[in-house]
Unconditional design. Structure first.
Length: 115
């Protein structure tokens, strides 16, 4: 089993920045790629960004150029730097780790953007 705990969410003005963290614990050796997703009220959960075990990175077009995904393998922590935030970025942000033993999700961290 893998446990994922997100943190770093909060209230920020439009144009501001936040840094989200996702700390992994448990059988972290089974983790390869990790990703961030988000879900706004009344909307489906959507993929935001992925980083592979080898460091390859992909972004959703809606966040490319504003968000940066990174990971510190020594700390078993995934990050998402959110810059130039827009009201439409407001959502609960989740990290996940697809593994051969199943896909693990964190509980989410709320990001609120005021206009």
């Amino acid at each position: 089993q893998v446990q994922l705990v997100e943190s770093g969410g909060g209230l920020v003005q439009a144009g501001g920045s936040l840094r989200l963290s996702c700390a992994a614990s448990g059988n972290t050796f089974i983790i390869n790629g990790m990703a961030w997703h988000r879900q706004a009220p009344g909307k489906a959960r959507e993929w935001v960004a992925t980083i592979s075990g080898g460091g390859s990175i992909l972004y959703a077009s809606s966040v490319k150029g504003r968000f940066t995904i990174s990971r510190d393998n020594a700390k078993n922590t995934l990050y998402l730097q959110l810059n130039s935030l827009k009201p439409e970025d407001a959502a609960v942000y989740y990290c996940n780790a697809p593994t051969a033993r199943g896909t693990f999700w964190g509980q989410g961290t709320q990001v609120t953007v005021s206009s």
